[in-house]
Ligand binder design. Structure first.
Ligand code: BYC
Length: 334
C-alpha cells in the first residue's frame, strides 16, 4: 500500500501531480485491495473509498449509541438483580462499541463532534431497528436473540474489511455481540418455558421484532446503491440478501429449540436451494422508517440530543483536566 507523502499528497487527489500519477496510485490501491492487503490510515486511498467508509462507520457508530435507548428503558424494571446486572453490562458494551467506531472513523480525518452533529441534524442515519418500541420485558430477550443475532451475521464479515481500523474494532465488537445474543436467547428460553403468560409474552416479542430484524440487512440487492462498490473495495463481503438469508437459516432451528414460532407462514426448507424460503418483507415500512416516520424516530433523536446537551459539562471538565495535566489544551470530544 502506498503511504501518503508530500509527493503523493492527501487522499483527495494528487496535489499538482500528473493524471498519470493519480491513475497509478488508483491502480496500486485497487491491486492491493484485491490482494487482500489492509488499508491503513496513512495509506493513499481514493476519496470515494474514504467517504463511503465514513458513511458506513458513522451509521454503525450511531446505531450503537442509539441502540442503548430501547434496552436502557428496562434497566430499572429488570425482574432480578442478575438480569439487571446483565442488562447494564450489555448497554455499557453498546456505548463502548460506539466509542471504538467513532475512534476508528476519526482515523479517516473526520471528528466525533462532526459525526454527532450529523446524527443530531438527521444528515446521517442509524439502524432502522431502533425506531421500534420495547413494550415488555421479553423485548429485551428478542433484541438480544434477533437484533444482536442479525448484527453478528452482518458484522462478522466486516472483521475482514479492507480498512484496518474498522476491521480490528469489529473483532472485539463481534465477541461482545455473541455474548449479547446468547443472553437474549437464554432470557427468551426462560420465558418460553415459564408460565403460560410468560410464554405468550416471549411469543409476542418475537412476532414484533422478527420482520424489523430482517430489514436490518438493508434493501434488497437490486435496490442497494452501495453494495457493488463496497464489495469491490472489500468493505462488505456479502450482499444484503445473502446475509439476510444466512440469518433466516440460523434463526429457524433456534426458534424451534426455543419453542417459539416465527411470524411468517411462508417459511419452509427449500431442498433445491439448500436454504429456507421466507415471505415478502414490507419494504414500504422500511423506507418509511428511514424517512423518520417509525414509531420512535422522534423520541430517539430527541433523547440523544438531550443527553448530548446534558453531557456538555462533562466534556468541558474533561477538557479542563486534559489542559491542566497534559498542557495540550486539546478539545475533549463527546
Ligand atoms: N437502517 O446501499 P445500501 C447495531 C440505508 S446493529 C437504516 O444497501 P449499505 C446494534 C443505507 O445507509 C446495526 N438505514 O447501503 C445491534 C443507505 O443510505 P445512505 C448497525 C439503512 O451501506 C444491537 C441506503 O439505505 N450495524 O449497531 O451498502 C444492539 C441504501 O442501502 C439500513 C451496521 O451499521 C437500515 N437497516 O448497506 C446495539 C453494520 N439499511 O447511507 C447495536 C454496518 C440500509 O446512502 N453497516 N440503510 O444515506 C452495514 O453493514 C451497511 O451499512 C448496511 C447497509 C448493511 C446497514
Amino acid at each position: 500500500m502506498v503511504a501518503v507523502t508530500p509527493e503523493t499528497g492527501t487522499s483527495g487527489g494528487v496535489d499538482g501531480g500528473s493524471a498519470d500519477l493519480g491513475a497509478q496510485l488508483r491502480a496500486d490501491f485497487d491491486a492491493a485491495v484485491a490482494a487482500e492487503e489492509r488499508v491503513e490510515p496513512r495509506d493513499w486511498m481514493p476519496e470515494e473509498y474514504r467517504a463511503s467508509l465514513v458513511r458506513q462507520m458513522a451509521q454503525h457508530a450511531h446505531s450503537e449509541i442509539i441502540g442503548m435507548q430501547p434496552e436502557a428503558n428496562w434497566i430499572t424494571r429488570a425482574p432480578s438483580l442478575r438480569r439487571k446486572a446483565i442488562l447494564m453490562a450489555k448497554v455499557q458494551d453498546e456505548a463502548g462499541h460506539g466509542l471504538y467506531l467513532y475512534s476508528a472513523a476519526e482515523t479517516l480525518g473526520t471528528s466525533r463532534d462532526e459525526l454527532l452533529d450529523k446524527l443530531h441534524s438527521g444528515k446521517q442515519k442509524y439502524s432502522s431497528i431502533f425506531n421500534y418500541p420495547t413494550l415488555t420485558w421479553a423485548d429485551v430477550g428478542a433484541i438480544g436473540w434477533l437484533v444482536d443475532g442479525a448484527a453478528i451475521t452482518n458484522q462478522v464479515p466486516i472483521c475482514r474489511c479492507s480498512y484496518g481500523p474498522y476491521a480490528r474494532a469489529m473483532v472485539r465488537i463481534c465477541k461482545e455481540e455473541s455474548f449479547h445474543q446468547r443472553q437474549g436467547y437464554e432470557l427468551l428460553l426462560a420465558l418460553s418455558q415459564g408460565t403460560e403468560a410468560q410464554h405468550a409474552m416471549a411469543q409476542d416479542a418475537v412476532n414484533r421484532w422478527w420482520w424489523p430484524s430482517l430489514m436490518m440487512f438493508g434493501p434488497p440487492d437490486d435496490e442497494s446503491v452501495h453494495s457493488a462498490q463496497a464489495m469491490a473495495w472489500r468493505i462488505k463481503r456479502h450482499s444484503n440478501d445473502e446475509l439476510r438469508q444466512r440469518f433466516v437459516d440460523i434463526a429457524v432451528p433456534q426458534a424451534e429449540s426455543l419453542g417459539l414460532t416465527l411470524p411468517d407462514p411462508d417459511i419452509r426448507w427449500n431442498e433445491e436451494r439448500g436454504h429456507h424460503d421466507f415471505g415478502a418483507i414490507d419494504w414500504a415500512e422500511f423506507w418509511d422508517v428511514l424517512k423518520g416516520n417509525g414509531p420512535c424516530n422522534e423520541q430517539r433523536i430527541n433523547q440523544r440530543r438531550k443527553a448530548h446537551e446534558e453531557g456538555a459539562w462533562v466534556r468541558e471538565a474533561a477538557t479542563a483536566y486534559a489542559r491542566k495535566h497534559t498542557g495540550t489544551g486539546r478539545e475533549v470530544q463527546a
